[in-house]
Design a protein around this ligand. Structure first.
Ligand SMILES: Cc1cc2nc3c(=O)[nH]c(=O)nc-3n(C[C@H](O)[C@H](O)[C@H](O)COP(=O)(O)OP(=O)(O)OC[C@H]3O[C@@H](n4cnc5c(N)ncnc54)[C@H](O)[C@@H]3O)c2cc1C
Length: 395
């Protein structure tokens, strides 16, 4: 049996950033156990959006804390992960959407994010390629990063900081007795520690279920694609009403995404693209930027992401088992929070308290019995499928 002070299950951005922070700030021995290879799931497959727009008041302080880590990434990881504060643009197509943004800006007035509303003519002057918009909101402090680079860099930094990483090791059993956790992987290896963190992403309710606190998740994949490179015309991330978004990489490719989300499979870790949805995304791109007509789409992909019934993540201590912590259910927005949550969860595990309030994210909070299917968001998505409450493992 291998022993550690803290076992982390799941090597996505949540698990890796927490393990790294614990190893850097304490003498605790950290063991990170990953089913396949670290950073192979949502944390590497995502769009890379990092925004200040549209957080709940509970998540906003976490987004702000995460931003400080994003800005310090070169010192932390030895790379900036292509994090760029490019700004983002929220595009409207109806007056009512512009009014909605104006109301939002009123509620966010306490924050120094520099949001600005531009009406159609002004928007056109800034972005001459933009078609059909009634106006835009600029959010100059938003940005993007390259998830593949960031995930790989967290793994390297965690290993360098002394985290022991076990890959191709799927946790099949975990139990708590006499003040310690014993975890067993698919190949019969056993690990023990005083504290256990569940960062198993879309699979996390399998782990929480082992301790009598299953949280039903809907497992969905946002739909993404990338075009051939074209001459640079936009630095900002563009996010349109109707859930369509794109950004241009420094090389010139456009990463595009949105509309509906497809059901992903935690059993096979497979996710798929809905062709009709991807055609819809492509058509939206041409509507908004007609000069791109004829641009070739060269790759499409999706991912495996957990959505909670109330679209609020689970972050904090277990309600059943001392020494157990959960951090999952990020509803399509966890990448940008990951570096900050690593610090927060590390604080909680090392000291028993965190500088950020986590009350809203308790696993035992009251929650709706049904998911709001609006999060699927597509008329072409297949039948509603759910991971049943109490389901233990993916295989
Ligand atoms: C297509 C797509 C686009 C997205 N776009 C954005 C975006 O633009 N901005 C943003 O902020 N967020 C975005 N997200 C969401 C974001 O990627 C996730 O919220 C975030 O990466 C979750 O990180 P994680 O570490 O919790 O999960 P993951 O990265 O999924 O990591 C969980 C890990 O746990 C491992 N695991 C599972 N079960 C076990 C087990 N039993 N034993 C051992 N290991 C196990 C898995 O193999 C996996 O590696 C997107 C997600 C997807 C899929």
């Amino acid at each position: 049996m291998e022993t550690a002070d803290v076992i982390v299950i799941g090597g996505g951005i949540m698990g890796m950033s927490t393990a790294l922070d614990i190893a850097q700030r304490s003498k605790l021995k950290v063991m990170l156990i990953e089913k396949t290879v670290c950073g192979s799931q949502a944390s590497a497959a995502n769009f890379g959006n990092i925004r200040f727009y549209d957080w709940s008041s509970d998540l906003m302080p976490i987004a702000i804390r995460a931003r400080r880590v994003w800005e310090a990434l070169p010192a932390l990881l030895g790379t900036d992960g292509e994090f760029r504060q490019t700004g983002s643009v929220r595009v409207t197509f109806q007056q009512s959407q512009l009014d909605e943004l104006a109301t939002y800006m009123d509620t966010a007035r306490g924050y120094d994010f520099g949001f600005r509303l531009l009406h159609a003519n002004e928007a056109k002057a800034h972005f001459p390629w933009l078609h059909g918009s009634t106006g835009i909101m600029l959010s100059p402090r938003d940005g993007t990063a390259n998830p593949r680079l960031v995930s790989a860099a967290f793994r390297v930094a965690a290993a360098r900081a002394g985290v022991t990483i076990a890959e191709n090791a799927e946790v099949r059993e975990a139990a708590h007795a006499n003040g310690r956790f014993v975890v067993e992987t698919h190949d019969g290896r056993r690990f023990a520690a005083e504290q256990l963190l569940n960062t198993a992403g879309a699979w996390a309710n399998g782990i929480s279920g082992m301790f009598g606190e299953s949280m039903e998740l809907m497992v969905l994949g946002p739909q993404l694609g990338v075009t051939e490179p074209v001459r640079g015309f936009v630095k900002s991330m563009i996010s349109c009403f109707g859930n369509f978004y794109f950004r241009q990489t420094e090389r010139g490719n456009l990463v595009i995404g949105g509309l509906g989300r497809n059901y992903s499979d935690t059993g096979t870790s497979k996710h798929s693209i809905m062709p009709g949805n991807m055609v819809g995304i492509y058509e939206r791109l041409i509507e908004v930027v007609p000069s791109l007509r004829g641009i070739r789409l060269i790759r499409t992909w999706s991912g495996v992401e957990g959505y909670t019934p109330d679209t609020i993540p689970v972050i904090g201590p277990s309600a059943t088992t001392p020494g157990l912590f959960h951090m999952f259910g990020f509803n399509g927005s966890g990448f940008q929070l990951g570096p900050g949550l690593g610090e927060i969860m590390s604080e909680l595990i090392r000291t028993g308290a965190s500088g950020n309030s986590l009350e809203a994210f308790r696993i035992d909070r009251p929650r709706p019995s049904e998911f709001d299917l609006a999060i699927v968001g597509s008329p072409v998505a297949p039948r509603h499928r759910r991971v049943p409450e109490g389901s233990r493992l993916s295989a």
